[in-house]
Ligand binder design. Structure first.
Ligand SMILES: Cc1ncc(COP(=O)(O)O)c(C=O)c1O
Length: 331
């Protein structure tokens, strides 16, 4: 009998599940269900790995205050692993944080600092970073995780998720990965290309994000996209980029639940939408193995993606936006 001392030691080795899509007979689709990590998302891998590495290399001590700007899964995961390692943690968040994430972070004993003034672009990211720097200067023994620049974020995925995929699948022809901080795709793509040099790595982003192109626009679904370009992405091995829109993301989530019984978060829907979009235009003439990652579960989106009223509101807003775009051309 194997008994583990804490559930937080059970990171990784998540299930790999196959999806047979009727409309694409040559595609063997496999997805890693990252919700089976202890705090419910792919971010357990980064949070646990980063803290362990920092402690084992004496970059931080037991007294170091960990600081990060995050309103999402990374904040939830960091709050759990900081508690596990006995480290104080401050999450710098903004008013867009969901009630459930705030509750989870606070329940883990972390401090929340909420930035409520929008920056010059109308978002909060720049002011959140300013606040992190201010806290760093005030707290003598502190460490800013900085997921967008910290190479440990990508290493975490190279060492765990990338390795697992190479071990679990005989041949990988394509992999589709949603991007936010860039940690997952940077680590996984490097590992996959070492083992399967011909594999095509497709990055998935959403409209309104500036990671690969375009201008920052209000986005409604957290977990994917960013309003700044992550520096760690420079080391990623990306062959193609697909930009999905948020309505396709919602529809893909609903389809995954209806047809395949996956109750997943927004970025999983974006990846699934991107796969369908890509292969509609590039029908393979031989069987191919396509891999993707479903980073989290649907419960955290019960009042957005899975709430029909919210979906109607978003669709209306999007319609207004496209009308405004048309009007811009007319004027
Ligand atoms: C739900 C979800 N999907 C995808 C990602 C993207 O992962 P990364 O930040 O490694 O690019 C995140 C990151 O927070 C996430 O929470």
């Amino acid at each position: 009998m194997v008994i583990i001392p804490s559930i937080l030691e059970k990171v990784g080795n998540t299930p790999l599940v196959s999806i047979k899509m009727k409309e694409f007979e040559n595609i063997n689709l496999y997805t890693k269900l990252e919700t089976y990590n202890p705090t419910g998302s792919v971010k357990d891998r980064a949070a646990s790995y980063i803290l362990r590495k920092l402690l084992s290399t004496d970059k931080i001590s037991q007294n170091t205050t960990i600081i990060e700007s995050t309103s999402g899964n990374f904040g939830v995961a960091l709050s759990a692993y900081c508690k596990y390692y006995g480290l104080p943690f401050i999450a710098v968040v903004d008013p867009n944080i969901t009630l459930i994430n705030e509750m989870l972070i606070v329940s883990n004993g972390a401090e929340i600092v909420k930035v409520d003034h929008p920056d010059e672009y109308g978002g909060y990211l720049l002011n959140r970073i300013e606040k992190v720097k201010e806290l760093q200067s005030q707290i003598h023994d502190s460490y800013w995780v900085n997921q967008y620049e910290n190479p440990l974020n990508a290493n975490a995925y190279y060492q765990s998720l990338g390795k697992e995929l190479c071990f679990q699948i005989e041949e990988i022809d394509y992999i589709f990965i949603g991007v936010s901080s860039g940690g997952t795709i940077t680590g996984v793509s490097r590992k996959i290309k070492e083992n399967f040099p011909n594999a095509k790595v497709v990055a998935v982003d959403v409209e309104g994000s500036v990671i690969f192109k375009g201008q920052s626009q209000k986005r409604y679904i957290p977990g994917i996209g960013s309003s700044m370009k992550p520096k760690i992405l420079k080391r990623a091995k990306i062959d193609e980029v697909i930009i999905t829109d948020e309505v396709s993301t919602i529809n893909a989530c609903l389809e995954l639940l209806r047809n395949y019984s996956f109750y997943v978060g927004g970025s999983s829907g974006s990846a699934f939408a991107a796969i369908k979009q890509y292969f509609k235009q590039n029908k393979p003439d031989r069987p191919v193995n396509v891999v993707t990652i479903f980073p989290d579960r649907g419960e955290r989106y019960f009042d957005t993606i899975y709430d029909p009223k919210w979906v109607e509101r978003i669709k209306d807003i999007k319609d207004i936006r496209s009308l405004e775009k048309e009007n811009t051309i007319i004027y």
